[in-house]
Design a binder for this molecule. Structure first.
Ligand code: TA6
Length: 309
């Protein structure tokens, strides 16, 4: 069983607007509302592979209800803690020039009782899961080291924790030695506190993170693929070239690919090729998280992995 944790879920409202630019009024008929937030995007991709997954986190208000209804329609098992405040929305405006503009709301504040309820639910669900994916931002007033605590609970129970977040929550989470992290270059620079301009500096930054005991480090480079470090080997992974329609959630789809690969006992190379193909396949679809499994299987043959360290 894979457990996904979405502490700050969202109704992802996606608009396709021809020739979008600021300072004008646009109408569009191309509108999509999906249960979002990184962890729920991860859940939807895992579900496409028919791997058992449970989604947890905190949800509130009419937005929270909408998300539960959508998860039930998708038959994604879920056990969210209900909170008083309303769950947020995140907006993505995609245009015919390939641009993608996102506006992410901060999300609700939660009470100490709601947080304690969540910890109790999380502990119960970790017991029946092998792999945990903690993805995305956290509620405005949640403790900045919340992921650190969730990772510690998972490690005490010998469960692998995949962490995909940014900023201070990522820096605090790393201190608990999650199994995997997936920063992009900007997030990696924020962890080490300086810019990365060469491959050598990138390799040194990765080594620095390995000292925290993180086993698998994937530095996502967007359409360029990623740099992956596992045990004492580092690879440059080239993603297949495609015409991207909607890249929103491709990082989340990569996380889902890793979780599915681990759950199925894939070897390292096959797991990385699956994760990379999930990210690419996601960008080929209009709807986030709606990867086509046939595309994933075809793309896996095109992924290139070159040892660089
Ligand atoms: O990665 C894409 C995405 O999950 C969007 O669907 C939107 O929900 C956003 O990221 C949320 O990001 P955050 O870091 O605030 O959890």
């Amino acid at each position: 069983m894979i457990l996904t944790v979405t502490l700050n879920p969202s109704i992802d409202r996606r608009y396709f607007v021809k020739d979008f630019h600021k300072d004008k009024v646009f109408r569009t008929n191309e509108v999509q509302y999906t249960p979002g937030g990184k962890g729920l995007n991860v859940s939807r991709v895992i579900n496409k592979f028919k791997e058992p997954v449970i989604a947890t986190g905190v949800l509130g208000g009419l937005s929270g209800q909408f998300i539960i209804e959508k998860l039930d329609e998708l038959e994604i098992e879920n056990d969210f803690v209900k909170i008083k405040a309303n769950t947020r929305s995140c907006i993505a405006i995609l245009s015919d020039d390939g641009s993608q503009t996102e506006i992410l709301e901060p999300g609700p504040k939660i009470s100490q009782n709601e947080l304690d309820d969540f910890y109790r639910t999380y502990e119960k669900l970790v017991d029946k899961s092998e792999i945990i994916c903690g993805s995305g931002s956290i509620p405005q007033n949640a403790p900045v080291d919340i992921y650190k605590r969730l990772i510690e609970i998972a490690r005490e129970k010998n469960k692998k924790f995949i962490l995909d977040t940014s900023g201070k929550t990522l820096i605090e989470g790393i201190k608990a030695s999650p199994y995997m992290i997936k920063p992009n270059e900007e997030e990696l620079e924020s962890i080490i506190g300086h810019s990365i301009n060469t491959e050598r500096e990138l390799l040194e930054a990765i080594k620095g993170i390995q000292e925290y005991g993180v086993k698998l480090i994937i530095v996502s480079l967007g359409a360029e693929g990623s740099v992956v470090c596992y045990e004492d080997k580092t690879y440059k992974v080239e993603a297949p070239k495609i015409k991207a329609i909607n890249p929103v959630g491709s990082g989340d789809s990569m996380v889902a690919g890793i979780a599915v690969g681990l759950s199925r006992g894939y070897d390292f190379e096959k797991m990385i090729k699956l994760a990379t193909s999930c990210g690419t396949a996601n960008a080929m679809e209009k709807e986030t998280g709606k990867v086509n499994i046939n595309n994933v299987e075809k793309l896996m043959e095109e992924v290139k992995m070159v040892r660089i360290g």
